[in-house]
Design a protein around this ligand. Structure first.
Ligand code: MG
Ligand code: MG
Length: 253
């Protein structure tokens, strides 16, 4: 069942979102050649805890860290590691959640490490643009399919593919709530959008094909063809005054 939020609850979600967004900004400022993904995770966890919140992902279904950190052809759910270091030219996806006074924020970014290829830069930009194309369709009375179709349409026009196996979701008291928010769809189809919905919209985009595989660690998801992948996610609220982006603090990021 879809849990619609009232304005008081959305206010709390703004706080959870702010803490989530701050943790991501802080992580971005620490991305550099030679830092381990464990160290980035630690910076994120410390920020969330200092803010009086809890990392949403820590212990979620047994996940062992506070952030999912995935590099290059890893799409999502990468496990931070003391022996995994960022290298020049990598693209790193950092996915963070913070739980504050009963509500979750969920947000992800793809960050270039040093100088990256023009193709990687274009992938990051297209993925971010597809998120904004999606939330343009986020209006009461529209359908979930309008959002997914806008995301997928922009990605396909750029010659890339959206991942279909993993999707966005409702977010609130639970990290993952109804409804599902696929990054593809048919305009005019799917759940009708309503004021009070809070959604994590999160295009995952591959340079190559859409297929992905899970690694034997039980978490890390990679592109099947080894092509680069990018991820961009915010938690947003649909209100009577329009869409509030709950987790985006820096509109340029
Ligand atoms: Mg996320
Ligand atoms: Mg999510």
């Amino acid at each position: 069942m879809i849990q619609l939020k009232n304005s008081e609850q959305i206010k709390l979600m703004k706080e959870a979102g702010r803490i989530t967004g701050e943790a991501l900004l802080l992580a971005r400022d620490h991305v550099r050649v030679g830092i381990s993904t464990y160290e980035l995770d630690k910076i994120i966890r410390e920020h969330i805890e200092k803010a009086g919140a809890k990392p949403s992902f820590l212990g979620y279904a047994g996940f062992p860290a506070s952030a999912c950190i995935s590099i290059n052809d890893e799409v999502i759910h990468g496990i931070p590691s003391r022996t995994r270091y960022l290298e020049e030219g990598d693209i790193v996806k950092i996915d963070v959640g913070a739980f504050w006074r009963g509500f979750h924020g969920d947000s992800a970014r793809t960050i270039p490490v040093g100088r990256v290829s023009a193709e990687a830069e274009r992938l990051i930009k297209v993925t971010r643009d597809s998120f904004y194309a999606g939330i343009e369709q986020l209006k009461a009375g529209n359908r979930i399919g309008d959002v997914g179709s806008a995301i997928d349409g922009l990605v396909r026009a750029a010659g890339f593919s959206t991942v279909k196996r993993y999707i966005g979701h409702g977010v609130g008291r639970e990290l993952h709530e109804s409804p599902d928010v696929p990054n593809y769809g048919t305009p005019g189809r799917g759940t009708r959008l309503a004021v009070g919905m809070t959604l994590a919209i999160e295009p995952m985009v591959n340079i190559g094909g859409e297929l992905v595989k899970e690694l034997p660690d039980g978490w890390t998801v990679k592109t099947a063809d080894g092509s680069l992948s990018a991820h961009y996610e915010n938690s947003v609220a649909l209100t009577s005054d329009g869409v509030i982006n709950l987790t985006c603090i820096d509109p340029e990021f």
